[in-house]
Design a protein around this ligand. Structure first.
Ligand code: ZN
Length: 216
């Protein structure tokens, strides 16, 4: 996995070692896509200053650009992205406003891979405490109502490998499949469990049979 260094200057902020990291917090910029990562770096360097009057640079620890490129922010130094959580949480942000737009698959997958990488550095599992949206820890709608954190955690799990995945079975179907899955459960075609798991040939035959396709 490559995290590109675009040469952003970061001020003299404290280190946050991977072992100190308690979780990842996800952000959108809450601005049109035309507001780029470079814009954010510029604004944090030139306009916003910390209490010592020093330009600290972009407040996020990592970023994902609209094409999926992973970009270094402060990385393992204290960020400035979620009040009360900056000392031990890694903030990852991406351009756009997901109250109006929808995050692309490319961006979601890249953010998920980045998040999994951070969790592995910190030796943390994926769960609702270690992977949160900004809105889960502060009074904000960031990363936007179209950013589904449940779906996102599932994407993160994919990149963690089987050894570090939460033991809790995942009984939540994807948003696009939810209505069909519920219909199929109600009709007795499936048992309502493990909607994200692959199906065997014998299970498929049983489903065809339950659907009445074999008794014609
Ligand atoms: Zn935010």
């Amino acid at each position: 996995m490559n995290i590109v260094d675009r040469g952003f200057k970061i001020g003299n902020v404290a280190a946050m070692t991977p072992s100190a990291v308690r979780g990842v917090i996800i952000h959108h910029f809450g601005a049109p896509f035309s507001y780029t990562i470079e814009n954010a770096q510029r604004d944090h360097s030139d306009v916003r200053r910390n209490s010592a009057g020093i330009s600290s640079g972009i407040g996020y620890n990592g970023l994902v650009d609209t094409d999926g490129t992973k970009v270094q922010g402060r990385m393992f130094r204290q960020g400035a992205h979620a009040r009360g959580y900056n000392g031990n949480h890694f903030g990852i942000a991406t351009p756009g406003n997901f109250n109006s737009a929808k995050p692309s698959d490319v961006v979601l997958e890249s953010m998920a891979e980045f998040t999994a990488w951070v969790l592995k550095q910190a030796n943390l599992p994926v769960n609702a405490t270690t992977v949160r949206g900004h809105r889960d820890v502060g009074s904000t709608d960031c990363p936007g109502r179209n950013f589904d954190m449940v779906d996102f955690r599932r994407r993160v799990q994919k990149y963690m490998g089987v050894t570090n995945v939460s033991a809790k079975p995942n009984n939540e179907p994807s948003a696009w499949a939810k209505a069909t899955w519920e219909k199929a459960t109600k009709a007795g075609i499936v048992d309502g469990n493990r909607p994200q798991e692959p199906v065997t040939r014998q299970e498929m035959a049983a489903m065809f049979d339950r659907a009445g396709l074999l008794d014609k």
